[in-house]
Design a protein around this ligand. Structure first.
Ligand SMILES: [Zn+2]
Length: 143
């Protein structure tokens, strides 16, 4: 049926079978792509979420990474962990020194601290592996 209509449309300069219908899935896909582009633009411009940007430099990095979010992982990825400095502010902790003993344990320090570097690198590598696996497999599926 589709072939016959396509041939008929190709042979004539006008046909009674106009194609005015757009697949709803095409509309959804186009809307999603547009939303992601706008979101990426905001993600790039904002000065907020610096901690999260260390793990997910682009929005697609986050979208491609399927992770089981827990409250602790969310706290780390968003830079809102209960550091010693944070707990000290509420009198829940007596000392604020990091385990490296070079500075107070704040989120800013933890992103630079040599003692937590292995954990940061492992998290980034783990997230990167998941992202690459998904990207490779989705690429194969869509071929
Ligand atoms: Zn430290």
């Amino acid at each position: 049926m589709a072939d016959r209509l396509a041939k008929e449309a190709a042979r004539s300069d006008g046909t009674k079978y106009g194609y005015s219908r757009i697949l709803i899935s095409a509309i959804y896909r186009e809307a999603a792509e547009e939303a992601i582009l706008k979101w990426q633009e905001q993600w790039t411009k904002t000065s907020k979420a610096e901690a999260t940007k260390q793990y997910f430099p682009t929005l697609m990095d986050r979208i491609w990474t399927k992770i089981n979010l827990t409250s602790k992982l969310t706290a780390v990825l968003s830079g809102r962990s209960k550091t010693k400095a944070y707990l000290y502010r509420f009198n829940l902790r007596e000392d604020v020194k990091c385990i490296c003993d070079k500075d107070d344990q704040t989120m800013d320090h933890l992103f630079q601290c040599i003692e937590t570097r292995k954990q940061r690198d492992w998290t980034k590598l783990h997230l990167s592996k998941q992202k690459n696996w998904l990207a490779n497999n989705l690429e194969l599926i869509t071929k």
